[in-house]
Design a protein around this ligand. Structure first.
Ligand code: G
Ligand code: G
Ligand code: NA
Ligand code: MN
Length: 257
């Protein structure tokens, strides 16, 4: 009996969709882009809790199918925004380890963006360190280098929670570091002094390396103030906007035009 994979089922029934969360310039408060985040509808059309599809990524074939589906939808949305004269800025998409095992990934990205007439630097590929672990690590390094050479942006997600991240910073051409939200959320919490030291060090590290630093999971003005004072230029989090469906983003973009 074939195992039912909730991800495959969702792809086949067109029940996946991207939500978009704004990324903000911490200096001006302006939207500089969005992160596309995968969401799933249940049979009744309700949006399921994020995370209820996480285990689908354990099956590499399904993970790849989800990635293809997601890219199709995000590109279609970018085409629609452009056709309506709405500037969505840079769009970040999350890549899974499965996609890095297969060179179809880079071909697909180039094909989709070029056919849509979207400048490649409008798309940022977010990778976690999971991509660099295991047998295909050096292949993943090579593919990131190629993605960068092709003109796409590269962002290191959940920075600070993986391991050997500093080595990766020397080996792969990363444009941006995203400080993991656990550090931001603890800034004034139980080990706030430690988190503050870590956050300010990551910001300095990014500055020294000439990389954009994005703080994620910002929920309070107090956290935002700390980050601004320490020179963090970009932020993302509920304080600025929750992940939202395209229709809401349309309104946001039309309102700020
Ligand atoms: O918003 P949410 O709780 O669903 O995000 C949970 C995790 O899933 C995050 O780590 C995020 O990076 C990841 N994620 C969200 N969307 C995608 C996607 O389209 N592809 C992949 N591979 N991961 C995603
Ligand atoms: O790993 P990644 O950074 O892609 O994870 C993104 C996840 O973080 C998504 O599930 C998104 O819904 C969630 N998220 C975004 N902003 C906030 C926030 O301010 N607080 C919390 N708790 N989660 C957030
Ligand atoms: Na991400
Ligand atoms: Mn993250």
């Amino acid at each position: 009996v074939a195992m039912i994979n909730i991800g495959r089922e969702a792809v086949e029934n067109n029940r996946l969709l991207p939500y978009y969360q704004p990324q903000i310039s911490m200096q001006t408060g302006q939207v500089i882009g969005f992160e596309a985040l995968l969401r799933r509808r249940d049979r009744s059309g309700q949006i399921c809790l994020p995370g209820t599809i996480a285990e689908a990524f354990n099956d590499y074939e399904v993970a790849e199918a989800i990635g293809i589906n997601m890219l199709d939808m995000v590109i279609a949305d970018m085409i629609d925004w452009r056709s309506r004269g709405l500037d969505c800025g840079k769009i970040s998409i999350n890549a899974s380890a499965a996609e890095f095992r297969n060179r179809d990934f880079i071909h697909r990205l180039i094909d989709h963006t070029d056919r849509a007439g979207i400048p490649r630097d409008r798309l940022i590929i977010e990778v976690t360190e999971g991509v660099f672990v295991g047998r295909s690590a050096s292949a993943a390094n090579d593919m990131i280098t190629e993605l960068k050479q092709a003109g796409f942006g590269i962002s290191l997600d959940d920075f600070g929670t993986g391991y050997a991240s500093l080595t990766h910073l020397r080996e792969i051409p990363v444009d941006a570091l995203k400080i993991d939200r656990s550090f931001i959320q603890d800034l004034f919490g139980n080990s706030g002094n430690d988190s503050a030291a870590i956050v300010s060090a990551i910001i300095k590290l990014g500055q020294g390396l000439g990389k954009t630093v994005v703080a994620e999971g910002i929920e309070t003005e107090r956290q935002a103030d700390f980050l601004r004072q320490h020179g963090c230029l970009a932020g993302q989090g509920y304080l600025f906007g929750r992940p939202a469906p395209k229709s809401s983003i349309d309104e946001l973009l039309a309102g700020s035009r």
